[in-house]
Design a binder for this molecule. Sequence first.
Ligand SMILES: *Cc1c(COP(=O)(O)O)cnc(C)c1O
Length: 357
Amino acid sequence: MSLTDLARPNIRALKPYASARALANSAGVLLNANENPWPPAGDNGQALNRYPEPQPERLCRKMADYFDVDTAQLLVTRGSDEGIDLLVRAFCEPGQDRVMINTPCFGMYSLSARIQNAEVIDVPLVEVENSDNTFDWQLDLPAMAAAPACKLVFLCSPNNPTGNQIPVDTVIELARARREQGLVIIDEAYIEFADQPSLISRLAEADNLVVMRTLSKAFGLAGCRIGAVIAHPEVIGLLRRIIPPYPLPTPSVTAALQALENGQDWQTQVATLNDQKAELVAFLQSLPAVRRLWPGTANFVLLRVDDGPSLVAQASEAGIRLRDQSSQPGLEHCVRISIGTPEENQTLMTFLKEWAA
Ligand SMILES: *Cc1c(COP(=O)(O)O)cnc(C)c1O
């Protein structure tokens, strides 16, 4: 089966909307898009009166270089959230195709699937104990193999909110084994914090493997809403048919380019965050009130206490916002804590010391 055959029949038959910017050169006298010819106040040369490039060339090239892929393998999206949504809408026939998730996981996979009326098959992660009294999570591979056929499998490594990684070879094996069923998607939102390499360099080993990346986490650009789907050009071509004509606002693209081209020092920030995290993990391991700790390999930790909602509420009273994870299956009384600046980390530890006393 070709990759295109895996997509919904109506999407395969669709002719993409041809926007003015996609059809014509955007130099010269622009009378083809019903725009106002005058830039707004505060424009700063951005030409905000004009529709943006559908896939901004400079940003695409910059991101393709950084990911070391061809631009034909790349679709820049309005955050990874849009990438998830496009994949579900292109490949899942409502009321017919299924999506596999492995809870505890990011909520957008099942939300997008439910909006599309695609059945969600949950094969929960299995918890395992490490040799140092910390805990970890693994995919339940036999249960995944035994589950009904799924058009899309959403994996996430490092996973949110558990922080565990999936061995890269396991991802390749899964993709290859599931080639006739559909796509295997690996969400690498936190890969810059991890000690494992990205699967991008392994894409040639499985044409149904899709990698999702984002500028929202390590790159510090969550407010810009810029993500990327990296996959076989045939998959990217299908997604191009259904992405809105102008997904990326000009100010977001300008800001992202400035950050990426002017050497936003995200690598130093990642190293600092990883150091801060090591300090926090050591501190949490010394607190008996922390019943279980999943350090993981992302810019957050997950922990279980006796009363999770109460910890979150008390922290909130102290002006510190933590994320209650109790609503996730298997995560009763679990709290996710993001790693902040060294000062924020000290504030957090001071609060936790008092909370635990
Ligand atoms: C934060 C996060 C994202 C990023 O989403 P954006 O829409 O790019 O901001 C994607 N996946 C997971 C698992 C995340 O935690």
